[in-house]
Design a protein around this ligand. Structure first.
Ligand code: SF4
Length: 609
């Protein structure tokens, strides 16, 4: 059954609900004429172009062969120079949870929205449009004054973060599947490199006209592989995650290779983060002898080998080899397959535990691109505060944690509440959070008795916007505390799936916590020795003389213990049990209980008792 609601309104907002699966085999598109009041919907058989006209089906749909297909949101940018004229389609991806795969499964290839650009005295129907505009222009002034003197997002985009994460004191840029945290060659893939050599700065770089920060960068690259090899194509990105994923974490230091990998993934509709991290795991499997060329249908992945990496991307999109097909199913399927192949080839037991130490996933979701050894807060964020798995959207704490924002365990636990409220709260409002996250409002620095790292002065501007739109009168803390409902609802969903193992799923592979072998300990020996000396309360000279394996054991035991402590403290702050289950009174206090099904209430009651 394939059904959608016409003009459905949910609390005044138009909603499109696509339920079931389209019965015919051909992929279809949905054309929407969006007006101010509702939707007029028409099913268009086959595919549709940017004007909603049917176009022939064709091309490889990577989303159909992976569990991590993404949705490409296209918009026309009339300002960008292209082929001697101006104007091209640009894309933003939503990919981590595989929504593109869900759409493909429904045989729904595209949703096209035709809309008038809002105009008039109060184009969006705000309660107080003047207040909204004032909030926008004040935030615009902060961005205008600060960004050119600080991160320069308007030139580097989010790829500017590469240089920060690569700093020697942070070592948080993943290199070769998170084995290392910095590399001198990173200067070839930084935001500055892209800004100076590859990004096209002419035209508008906002996701919509009027964005103050305009950080959605892109440029042209000539493809070396695939059916369109030799063609010059426009690439939206890379963003930081893709630059680190297809760059440092695969040992690739070629900015154009990263752009090409980015383009192919977007073209196939595959999430770049997930595929890049899966490829990093496989490359390490080759490095450590868990995989051979024969296991992989004749293709060996090596650090820095661009041609093989590109070939593998195409194989995954086309589901060509057994290994590529398993890679399309995700990290857990891949772990199982590598373990089986290794056991069959060597006659030894399946090395599942060994693989799990460096298969970088939590709850099945491959990590985004932060090496978390030096940020306990980010470890807990990946393990527990992000209920979809190891992603940074909910609690991207690593940067401010590295800068020393959360000195005590209590500070860290509170941050695991406060930051997701704001980050996911902005997502809920449909607002971009980057002008808050990446542009520090000087006014915030003057605040007393406040976490200045959360940039409170800009939070107030976001609250002004919210209050102006809805006619409310709430502080930013009150507005964003509403996000607790989302987080608890996600946790209820996890509890429904994982049951008594919910706490067990709030865990990380060892690689995310510290060095997984003695060689990796020695690669940052001085730093690690200092930590062990502090733990043992013994002089550094004495610690240096200890066997590396012993020192590593002490270090890893302590780091794992502290992570467990922080997760427990986080549960307490949230009003959850020690098993990570929201209590009935927590859910009632948030007003969620009445919306749960009888089955969910019974299950939560049993798990929380
Ligand atoms: S600040 Fe946000 S909306 Fe503006 S261009 Fe950057 S990502 Fe897009």
């Amino acid at each position: 059954m394939f059904r959608f609601q016409r003009g459905e309104l949910l609390r005044g907002l138009p909603v499109l609900r696509v339920q079931g699966i389209q019965p015919c085999l051909q992929l279809g598109g949905l054309l929407l004429h969006a007006g101010k009041i509702g939707f007029h919907t028409v099913v268009v058989p086959g595919l549709v172009d940017h004007l909603g006209q049917p176009v022939p089906a064709g091309g490889v749909i990577g989303a159909a062969r992976t569990a991590y297909g993404c949705i490409n949101s296209h918009y026309f940018d009339p300002t960008k120079p292209a082929d001697g004229t101006k104007g091209l389609f640009r894309t933003k991806q939503a990919g981590r949870t595989g929504l593109g795969t869900v759409m493909t499964d429904k045989k729904l290839r595209a949703v096209v929205v035709l809309a008038e650009f809002p105009k008039g005295d109060n184009p969006y129907g705000a309660a107080d449009w003047g207040r909204v505009k004032r909030a926008g222009s004040r935030l615009g002034k902060v961005v205008h004054d600060v960004d050119p003197q600080s991160l320069k997002m308007y030139r580097k985009g989010s790829a500017g973060l590469i240089a920060f994460m690569n700093k020697d004191e942070f070592r948080s840029l993943p290199v070769n599947n998170y084995q290392l945290g910095a590399d001198p060659r990173a200067d070839r893939i930084t935001g500055k490199f892209y800004a100076d050599h590859l990004f096209e700065h002419r035209g508008m770089d906002g996701c919509f006209p009027g964005c103050n920060l305009r950080c959605t960068k892109g440029g042209w690259v000539t493809l070396k592989s695939g059916k369109r090899a030799g063609e010059k194509v426009w690439v939206d990105g890379p963003e930081y995650e893709t630059a680190a994923g297809f760059g440092s974490n695969l040992g690739m230091w070629n900015a154009e290779f990263i752009m090409e990998a980015n383009w192919h993934c977007d073209d196939y509709g595959i999430d770049t983060i997930t595929l890049a991290v899966i490829m990093a795991f496989l490359t390490e499997c080759f490095q450590r002898g868990y995989l051979t060329k024969e296991d992989a249908g004749g293709l060996e992945l090596k650090w820095g080998d661009e041609a093989s990496a590109l070939a593998f991307i195409h194989q995954v999109a086309e589901g060509k080899t057994e290994l590529a097909a398993a890679a399309g199913r995700g990290m857990i399927a891949l772990e199982e397959m590598v373990a089986r192949k290794y056991a069959a080839r060597t006659g030894r037991p399946e090395p599942r535990e060994d693989l799990q130490r460096f298969a970088m996933q939590t709850k099945g979701l491959p990590f985004s691109l932060y090496r978390t050894h030096r940020s306990l807060s980010m470890q807990a964020s990946y393990a527990a505060a992000s209920d979809i798995g190891a992603h940074h959207a909910a609690a991207w704490l690593i940067k401010v944690d590295l800068l020393g924002a959360f000195p005590s365990m209590e500070d860290k636990a509170r941050a695991l509440l406060a930051y997701p409220r704001v980050r996911l709260g902005n997502d809920n409002m449909g607002l971009c959070k980057l002008p808050w996250v990446d542009v520090f409002n000087p006014e915030s620095g003057t605040r007393k008795d406040a976490d200045i790292y959360i940039n409170p002065a800009s939070q107030e501007l976001y609250a002004d916007f919210y209050n102006g739109m809805l006619g409310t009168s709430m502080t930013w803390e009150e507005i964003f505390a509403q996000t607790d409902r989302d987080i608890n609802l996600q946790r209820v969903m996890n509890a429904m799936v994982f049951g008594a193992d919910t706490r067990g799923r709030d865990s990380l592979p060892d690689r995310a916590v510290g060095p997984t072998d003695d060689g990796l300990y020695e690669a940052e020996g001085e730093f690690h020795d200092n930590e062990v000396a502090r733990l043992l309360g013994r002089p550094l000279e004495e610690v240096r003389a200890l066997p590396t394996s012993r020192k590593r054991e002490i270090l890893m035991d302590d780091r794992r213990k502290r992570l467990r402590e922080l997760i427990r403290a986080y549960y307490r702050e949230r009003g959850w049990t020690d098993s990570g289950i929201p209590t009935v009174s927590t859910l009632k206090g948030l007003g969620l209980w009445e919306f749960l099904t009888e089955e969910a209430r019974m299950k939560i009651s049993a798990l929380a008792s």
